[in-house]
Design a protein around this ligand. Sequence first.
Ligand SMILES: Nc1nc2c(ncn2[C@@H]2O[C@H](COP(=O)(O)OP(=O)(O)OP(=O)(O)O)[C@@H](O)[C@H]2O)c(=O)[nH]1
Ligand SMILES: [Mg+2]
Length: 635
Amino acid sequence: MEIRNIAIIAHVDHGKTTLTDALMKQNGGLQDEEISMDSNALEKERGITIYSKNTSIIYPSASSGRPVTKINIVDTPGHADFGSEVERVLRAVDSVLLLVDAAEGPMPQTRFVLKKSLELGFKPIVVINKIDKPASDPHRVHEEILELFFELGANEEQANFQTVYAIGREGKAFRKLGDKNENLSPLLDVILENVSPASINENGKMSAQVFNLGYDNFLGRLAVARIYSGKMSSGSQVFIKGEKSIRGGKITKLFSFEGINRKEVSEATSGDIVLLAGIPDIYIGETISEDESVEQLPHIAIDEPTLSLNFLVNDSPFAGREGKFVTSRQIKERLEKELEINVGLKVDFSPPARMIETIRSGGDQGEKLGPSFFKIYGRGELHVAILLENMRREGFEIQVSQPEVIIKPARPGDPGHSGEGKDIEMLEPYEELVIDVPMEFSGTVIEKISRRKGVIKHMTQKQNIARIIFDIPTRGLLGYRGEFIIDTKGEGIMSSRVMGFRKYADGIKKREYGSMVSLVSGKAVAFSLANLQERGIMYIEHGTEVYEGMVIGNVLKGDDMSVNPTKGKQLTNMRASGTDEAIHLNPAFVLNIERGLEVMNSDEYLEITPKSVRIRKKYLTELGRVKAQRDKKRN
Ligand SMILES: Nc1nc2c(ncn2[C@@H]2O[C@H](COP(=O)(O)OP(=O)(O)OP(=O)(O)O)[C@@H](O)[C@H]2O)c(=O)[nH]1
Ligand SMILES: [Mg+2]
């Protein structure tokens, strides 16, 4: 059977997974209506794809009388934080479907994934999706895509791309606007016409390349690999060639993708995408081959992290109340497991070995726990937040410091160096930021972003919506999302992605508000919150338990402010009914991990437990904070 290998790529939310699900439903890959490619719990909850995943369909159906083909499809995540996944996936396929929302048009991630595809020499098939949207404008979007192809240096053949129109949610595709059709066959036919069959070099020596990793509790590390030649068989001895080592190994189990499921097979042939177990230290980009003489396939680059933060043992006064896993050793083991599959993540397990004594609730007291924090390097706030969210659901308690962007030196001639002068320059990550806002908000937004060192690259207007494209240091963008939502009354859309490291920008002004810190421990009461909400936005509600040093809200004007949120009204003997109802509390800005990472300050930790997310001062007492300030000034 012939095989075609494609990936579906697009900006976040342009409909990749919905289209993949529909392809599976119509072509026998999915019997159960409820099953989706977004199978992970967090993916379901958030409606975004976090991990790229493989599936396959058979088309046309055996009953059609036409020759059947297996189409391996990789559904990729659209969020920029997971962009490095896409880059790897592209190396294992022969073509891509570039989905573009018929109303939004090309967005930052569209540009990124298209650029990578063109560089690899692919001839993308463009799918203008969601043409059912009232605001859709497929003609305009087609023009914009064509412009983007040219701008990214597409050659003539690439720029002469095939376009298919689709309503992924209804499982319909059309070769031309205005066509009538009830299924996705036109898209599949275009794939068969345009994507060459995966090279069937069955008689050559086996060689395959790993482009994704997985983990199974019984089988250990798994590798997803594309076979380029020969046959791969279960139980066979193989050679592995990587950047650092050449070694032997044995494939203990082999699976091929059948729909969304993996099916154990004894053998797979050139052109197919397989999952294999048995090689515990296998890594992205490594070549698996029959014997040592087979040439190593070109290396696959992995994007560098852009920000870092520390993971610490939770030592807040409420530590150990909710979590099952709280020690440094447990956190370390969990991070080691994460590194098995989370390729964009790096962890430094050996920061200064400050020993701490932690008292575990009910556990052995004062156990030496080793280094008290680990330094985590990630691809963005969401990348880190997803890891933390998974950990808390598994029962971990943890504290983290404020994310900081990675700053690195560059010599003249190094990538990112401005070329001005001969000095070493410090570089920081920059992003391309695309903003769509109603015209009336554009002034405020431009002003705020300029203060954060964003520079306008391009500005257009359609109807009443301005689209503004900026270049901005990641550092300037950190913590801005929440403000943007408020400033645009929830009507703005912002989206960005890291473009690379460039010269460090001086003088970024961001934080204009302070923290409201509790002076006491106890239960917050409405009476006192009603007064405090005059000064800022509260993160807690009536009845929330607080501790000394916990941040319970922000202060819109000025510096930090210490307060007592537990102070009730003077009790009188007489119960004046009705008076309490007069207290009007604004809804609290309840923290979740992403919001917390965004609004926390550098002298604070975010405390994460299975049930709570709190911000706290590193130094819980006011005296401690004053001393720390003084020491800082002295040094
Ligand atoms: N109007 C309309 N909405 C659609 C269509 N296809 C998908 N959607 C909606 O668009 C949203 C995003 O769809 P997904 O399929 O999750 O998008 P995605 O590209 O996989 O998103 P990420 O994986 O997070 O990048 C969902 O709310 C879908 O219901 C369509 O054809 N028309
Ligand atoms: Mg998706």
